[in-house]
Design a protein. Structure first.
Length: 490
């Protein structure tokens, strides 16, 4: 349980140490065994040399028994001395693989072989000398035969020992190599299992946290600034989630500030037009009030009622303008509600009417009962920005068409498509892909911040919709907005 309380950094460190220990242990074991194999191979060469030397001694032994030449005896003695030296120089190593009793027996056999061979040679020389002198030899023939049999017997024991020892050494080398192979396979298996276990253990926690962040990122990208619950777990993950929450709050604050600043910039542009728009009903109210004051003594009540009706109508008109302006400028939390699209467009046009040149006409074709599920203030900001851009682009002469329609229903899915078209100069082809980028503008310095369409794009995405543009230079521009309908969950 303690290990699960460690942070990711410590878990990675301990996991690395575990893999390192397994790797080093397997390397050390392999090195030790390889050194033993190396020693066995070197000793095997000694045994092989002993075996070959005994074979050479026996070959000259056989030649000597056949041809009785002194040189064969001398060669036999030479190889016997060599075999004895090999045995004596490596007796300690031999004891590691051959029982001590066998070692002692071999020493006796080597001595006996040489003694028997020497006696045979000596007796042979004596017989040959007497034969040359014509004297009869007193040495019985069976004595030479017995010595020859003894030499052959001890020689056979020497070669059998060499062959047996060589076989033992080869078997040990094979065993060591097999052990090395098993250690390497076991080490690879342990490393694989440990690596997979560590990766799965860390990955399940890290990846799950990243997946959770990815899901929240998608939600936030749609404008829903939710806060992640920071539960128990590794402190690195908790720190990451806490930092993500701080970033989300900061992003939400900055985004509201950005939207509000762009809204205030639009308000600054509209104020002169709104003031002009307010001037008309206020002027009518003032005129009607003056006439009514002059005609107080007049008995024509119908005329007075008409004047009072005009005052009330123009007051309501001025009130609606101010109300719309105040609603647009007020800071509100993002909140979706069911809205009549035509009413919302009418209120937006009311805000820009005073800013619209006389030669620019705005027409709309929107069903009276068409509704959307949206934040009123922010969608109004979208419409306002797009209409203002169209007015500015036409430079005092042109037409703007605003239309909307239901895109159709597919089970619980439906939406509304809004078109805002103008017959202005259009947008250059190389600029079309950039118009929704922040701070991109084709207006002169001081006449645009480059944030209007960027905010428009963001607001539409907050609502789960999308916006595209179709423009042909010299023929006009069409902005196409898709917003969820009242049955679509955003």
């Amino acid at each position: 349980m303690i290990m699960f309380q460690f942070g990711i950094r410590k878990k990675i460190t301990y996991g690395f140490y575990l893999l390192l220990i397994i790797t080093v242990s397997s390397a050390v074991l392999t090195y030790v065994i390889v050194k033993r194999v190396e020693g066995q191979v070197a000793f095997g060469e000694v045994v092989e040399d002993f075996f070959n030397t005994t074979l050479e001694a026996r070959r000259f032994e056989k030649n000597y028994f056949l041809y009785h030449q002194d040189k064969d005896f001398q060669e036999n003695q030479h190889y016997w001395l060599k075999a004895r030296d090999i045995f004596e120089n490596n007796s300690v190593a031999l004891k590691l693989i051959v029982p001590s009793a066998d070692i002692q027996q071999l020493a006796n056999v080597i001595t006996a072989y040489n003694e028997n061979m020497g006696q045979f040679h000596k007796l042979k020389q004596q017989i040959e000398q007497k034969d040359e002198s014509g004297a009869n030899s007193s040495i019985p023939p069976h004595t030479l035969e017995h010595l020859e049999e003894q030499v052959r017997s001890t020689g056979k024991e020497l070669t059998e020992f060499g062959e047996k020892t060589r076989t033992i050494v080869k078997q040990k080398v094979k065993t060591l190599l097999k052990t090395t192979q098993n250690i390497l396979l076991a080490s690879m298996a342990c490393l694989f299992v440990a690596a997979v276990a560590i990766a799965a253990f860390l990955g399940s926690r890290v990846v799950s946290s990243l997946k959770m962040l990815e899901g929240y990122t998608k939600i936030i990208s749609q404008g829903d600034f939710v806060e992640i619950t920071v539960g128990k777990g590794e402190h690195e993950v908790r720190s990451l989630l806490t930092a993500f929450n701080r970033m989300t709050k900061e992003l939400q604050t900055r985004q509201h500030q950005l939207v509000q600043s762009e809204k205030l910039a639009a308000l600054g542009t509209l104020l002169s037009g709104v003031a002009h728009e307010l001037n008309n009903p206020l002027s009518n109210i003032s005129t009607s009030a003056q006439i009514l004051g002059e005609e107080l003594e007049d008995e024509d009540m119908e005329f007075k009622r008409n004047l009072i009706s005009q005052i009330v109508t123009q007051s309501d008109k001025a009130r609606d303008i101010v109300k719309t302006l105040l609603e647009f400028s007020r800071i509100k939390e993002f909140k979706k509600e069911t809205l009549l699209l035509k009413k919302l467009v009418d209120e937006t046009i009311l805000l820009v009417r005073g800013h619209t040149p006389h030669d620019v006409s705005i027409a709309e074709e929107i069903p009276e009962d068409l509704t959307i599920l949206a934040d009123k203030q922010r969608v109004q900001q979208v419409l306002l920005n797009l209409i203002k851009n169209a007015i500015d682009a036409m430079q005092g002469d042109g037409h703007i068409w605003i239309s909307a329609s239901d895109t159709g229903s597919f089970s619980s899915y439906n939406g509304v498509e809004i078109l805002i078209e103008d017959d202005g100069p259009g947008i250059e082809t190389e600029h079309v892909k950039k118009i929704f980028d922040p701070f991109f503008t084709t207006k002169d310095v001081g006449k645009g911040s480059g944030l209007g369409l960027f905010i428009v794009h963001d607001i539409i995405e907050w609502h789960g919709g999308n916006i595209t543009v179709d423009s042909r230079p010299g023929l006009g521009t069409t902005f196409i907005i898709w917003l969820p309908g009242t049955q679509q969950e955003c």
